[in-house]
Design a protein around this ligand. Structure first.
Ligand SMILES: [Ca+2]
Ligand SMILES: [Ca+2]
Length: 225
């Protein structure tokens, strides 16, 4: 009997001892699984924080660039405005504007004599090389004025007094409504129209017209500032 008892106790103790690791493993699994989930959640959390941080950073950069661009636009506009405003100050009767001095004559002369007057003052008839210069000159005149543009040497080949062509300057503002200019009209002068003026007898100051070089007009001299 003692032997049977001892055997059964051994078996029971063996079963008991066998059960322990199994229960522990389950508990470990129960405990282990949430840990991994926690780690995963933490990693996801950090990733989300970094992603949000990145988005915020991108957004801030976008705002900064937008502000810089609008600041540049405002500066560009104000510089242009200030530049044109500063064109009102005169130096010995000449108006200084963007590195050039302009003289608007009060006398009316033919084109050749007009040019002679400009040259005698260390200048020449005006050359118009961009839209800003065109706009500035237009804003200053109340009647037609001679410019330095002519096709005296070769009919139809327009050059400025400094020999620059219209292709080289890249701008031209010929009158283009109805009767287009230049038209080399010969009814008043058989030699045609070989000198260009800003505006004509009807106004149109924003446009260029070819006219007889013998006509008496006011003129614009230009020299470097
Ligand atoms: Ca002509
Ligand atoms: Ca004409």
């Amino acid at each position: 009997m003692d032997s049977i008892y001892e055997n059964s106790s051994f078996i029971l103790s063996t079963i008991a001892s066998d059960e322990k690791p199994s229960q522990c493993n389950e508990r470990e699994r129960e405990v282990t699984s949430p840990k991994w989930i926690k780690v995963l959640l933490i990693v996801l959390g950090f990733s989300l924080v970094f992603a949000l941080g990145g988005l915020c950073s991108l957004n801030n950069q976008h705002i900064m660039i937008s502000k810089q661009l609008s600041a540049q636009e405002i500066n560009g506009t104000s510089e242009e405005t200030v530049s044109l405003m500063s064109c009102n100050h005169s130096v010995d009767g000449w108006i200084a504007c963007r590195g050039k001095l302009y003289l608007f004559s009060s006398d009316k002369l033919n084109w050749s004599s007009s040019r002679d007057v400009c040259v005698s003052k260390g200048a020449d008839l005006v050359t118009i090389t961009n839209q800003t210069e065109q706009d500035f000159l237009v804003s200053k005149i109340k009647e037609t004025h001679w410019t330095g543009l002519n096709d005296l040497e070769t009919e139809g080949h327009w050059v400025w007094v400094n020999n620059q062509t219209l292709t080289e300057t890249g701008v031209q503002f010929w009158f283009s409504e109805g009767q287009r200019e230049p038209d080399n009209w010969k009814n008043q002068d058989p030699s045609g129209e070989n000198c260009a003026s800003l505006g004509d007898e009807n106004g149109n100051f924003q446009s260029w017209f070819d006219a007889s070089c013998k006509k008496q007009k006011k003129f614009i001299c230009e020299k470097k500032y």
